[in-house]
Design a protein. Structure first.
Lengths: 364, 353
């Protein structure tokens, strides 16, 4: 596979770090929006290599982390129904619901399957006409086209036993919510490269100009992240606030218009609950009435009581960048990846788990 | 070449003509069907002076220090590129004994079979077992076969236990590790795990990733012969991968370990597969691979010797034992950053995007 070594070149990384050091004259707080970037920062040990003036704040961009507890309970409830095959991306399985997680449901006999693509779930539905197949359609704009396509495929095939339990969250409204929060204090953003691959950059221009913040659409390899940081810092130091595209080898200004068509064929924008943060206006997708048959929320009448978050979990503050994971009194004590109190400790993209796994140096 | 040898072995061991083509509950009953199954091939295939006595247990003559190990094998799919569960079951226990510093001698072999397993599949597994035993120079001396109802197993589970004679020059123990020791990996990481995963996930690459499952005893004994007590610890990083094993050692020996990502050998294709599936190769299971902690004075010569061996052509020093940060494994990333390597809370789950 190409592009695995090219963007991990240690000599180039050194040059970027030197440039960053040369460019910085004052402290800056930069939020990387996407959990994939958080993962890359900690996995490659980048945080400790940056000059002390640069503080990286880990944003809400882990779809696993922000999926409402209520929806996880719904997924578990469906999975425990003998006639249901519940399909999911891998890292949703360990996310705690109000009582158990999907892995525990699986151990209790639920038919829970880890998939890499929702299209596989459509095949499973076709192969199991007597059972209901539900795909736990979680993700940002990135996974929405494939989830939408699965509904379109099921519809074309005339399948009546396939539905998605959708929990889609959208990045631009989340960035807006983070900036609007009085407690947060972020100077610039690395926007999520893969989200922009689908949606393009148009939604970010008004954010950059209205709030006067630089936004750099950034990739996920170590050199991508370093270059993104450098581009934000150069803007900040020059008192500029525009949208720049670091990830131009993948992201086009208009995004992937075919994928967008697919999304809006199946989904419409709605207000969305974000675990740990609360409701953000127009920040999620709901399945359109036209495809109600494929909407697990409508197909199965599930009433699950709203469950409270664990009282000791401060995930909201973590995801808004107000607190660092190691500033939480429960971090590494009561709350560990093996016993997460809240979602950011679960997925390896979650800020708390990423810190726990990779940055014991920072911890110490 | 190894594949040709396997093919030859299969041709030399044609499946006997049987009046059943799948294994049924009766084959594990201990009655006539069990005898039929064993007599019609198993005993002949694995025949040796001790097994041929067909007693309830095996009579062994051994003098001196011994090593004893056991392992159960459950892999899905049971046939995968580069091997099957049969040779895995032999090599696994053989290698566990070898990393103790022992010359593996005798194995027990127990099957738990789910009814419905095709006889052709069972035969292929048996042939692989025979081949692996011959290559490792070990004998199956006792065994057992049980059959469970459909749905209560996953085609076939195998347990092997084994005993080996300790090599007189071996002095392998966690207590012998000391600050300054070099850590050597005998070959590419994550190959076996990704061979299995790519079949499970139906991934197709330009060339198929084949499991590197093999017996390491001859390689290891050769090293012990040459380097003796300068080899402080040997271990095979199977489940949990290299990261988990190193962390376990750091914790229990109360020492620090530094490793360097740029030195960790991995096949390009395997690295790509890991990227695609969102898995960290450091946590992926290995077969046919071992880690050595050796005295720094012999490290280079150890690697040179290992690289001459068919099981160590890509061997490399990946790190060392350090005084700083006891109980912690620190990895220097490809771009020069540092991070802590910890154990996973459970199975490695693929990431969402």
């Amino acid at each position: 596979m190409k592009y695995m070594k090219e963007y991990r070149d240690p000599e180039l990384a050194k040059k970027y770090l030197e440039e960053i050091k040369k460019s910085v004259t004052q402290p800056w707080s930069i939020m990387e929006v996407c959990g994939g970037q958080t993962h890359s920062l900690v996995k490659n040990g980048i945080i400790d290599m940056l000059p002390k003036e640069v503080t990286m704040i880990h944003g809400p961009g882990c779809p696993v982390c922000v999926t409402p507890i209520n929806l996880i309970d719904k997924a578990i409830h469906l999975a425990l129904n003998e006639n249901v095959i519940l399909c999911s991306f891998g890292d949703m399985l360990r996310v705690p619901g109000s009582k158990i997680n999907l892995l525990e449901a699986k151990a209790k006999g639920a038919d829970v399957r880890i998939l890499y693509s929702p299209l596989e779930a459509v095949n499973i539905a076709e192969d199991n006409p007597d059972r209901e197949v539900v795909f736990f359609a979680v993700g940002f704009e990135t996974t929405a086209p494939a989830n939408a396509l699965s509904v379109i495929h099921a519809h074309r095939k005339g399948l009546r036993n396939y539905a998605i339990l959708a929990s889609h969250v959208l990045v631009p409204p989340a960035i807006k919510a983070v900036i609007d929060d009085d407690e947060s204090n972020i100077d610039g953003f690395l926007a999520a490269g893969h989200v922009c691959t689908i949606m393009g950059n148009s939604e970010y221009h008004p954010l950059a100009s209205t709030y006067n913040v630089p936004i750099v659409v950034t990739g996920f390899e170590p050199l991508d992240v370093l270059q993104g940081i450098l581009m934000v810092i150069r803007q900040l130091e020059a008192n500029k606030a525009t949208v720049e595209n670091q990830y131009s080898r993948i992201v086009k200004e208009e995004g992937n218009t075919e994928a967008q068509k697919m999304i809006f064929e199946v989904f419409e924008i709605k207000n969305q609950m974000w675990r740990g943060i609360g409701e953000i206006p127009e920040s999620g997708y709901a399945v359109k009435e036209k495809y109600a048959l494929y909407d697990a929320n409508k197909k199965f009448s599930i009433s699950i009581k709203e469950a409270p978050e664990h009282p000791d979990c401060i995930s909201g503050q973590i995801m808004k960048g107000i607190k660092k994971p190691f500033e939480c009194p429960q971090f590494g004590k009561k709350c560990k990846p093996s016993f997460p109190l809240g979602a950011p400790m679960v997925s390896s993209e979650g800020a708390c788990a990423a810190y726990y796994h990779f940055s014991g140096l920072i911890e110490a | 070449m190894e594949n040709n040898a396997k093919l030859k072995m299969q041709l030399q061991c044609p499946m006997p003509k049987l009046d059943f083509d799948v294994i049924t509950l009766g084959h594990g009953s201990g009655g006539m069907l069990t005898n039929k199954l064993l007599d019609s091939g198993v005993f002949d295939l694995l025949s040796n002076d001790i097994l041929d006595k067909r007693h309830d247990g095996a009579f062994l003559e051994m003098n001196g220090k011994m090593a004893f190990s056991t392992d159960s094998f459950l892999v899905s799919p049971i046939f995968f590129p580069g091997g099957n569960i049969g040779e895995l079951a032999v090599n696994g226990t053989v290698n566990d004994l070898a990393v103790c510093g022992a010359v593996p001698k005798y194995l027990s072999l127990s099957f738990i079979i789910e009814e419905g397993l095709k006889m052709t599949e069972f035969w292929e597994i048996l042939v692989a077992i025979k081949y692996a035993c011959e290559k490792a120079n070990v004998k199956v001396v006792t065994g057992d076969t049980k059959v469970v109802e459909k749905g209560k197993g996953d085609k076939i589970f195998i347990n092997t236990s084994g005993v080996g004679m300790m090599h007189p020059k071996a002095a392998i123990s966690q207590e012998n590790i000391k600050i300054g020791d070099k850590i050597i990996l005998s070959g590419n990481i994550a190959t076996h795990g990704m061979a299995i995963m790519s079949v499970r996930e139906g991934l197709e690459f330009e060339t198929t990733i084949e499991s590197d499952s093999t017996n390491l005893n001859h390689t290891i004994i050769n090293l012990i012969e040459k380097f003796g007590k300068d080899i402080h610890l040997l271990t095979d990083p199977t489940r949990g991968g290299v990261a988990t094993v190193l962390k376990e050692i750091a914790v229990s020996a109360n020492l620090g370990i530094d490793i360097f990502q740029k030195n960790i050998p991995i096949d390009d294709q395997v690295a790509s597969a890991c990227e695609l599936l969102g898995l960290d190769p450091l946590y992926v299971a290995n077969e046919g691979l071992f880690l050595s902690f050796v005295d720094a004075s012999v490290a280079d010569s150890f690697v040179e010797t290992l690289q001459q061996d068919e099981n160590g052509t890509t061997a490399k020093i990946i790190g060392s034992v350090v005084e700083a940060h006891p109980k912690q494994v620190i990895l220097e990333s490809a771009i020069g950053g540092k991070r802590v390597v910890s154990m996973l809370p459970g199975e490695q789950l693929p990431r969402i995007c």
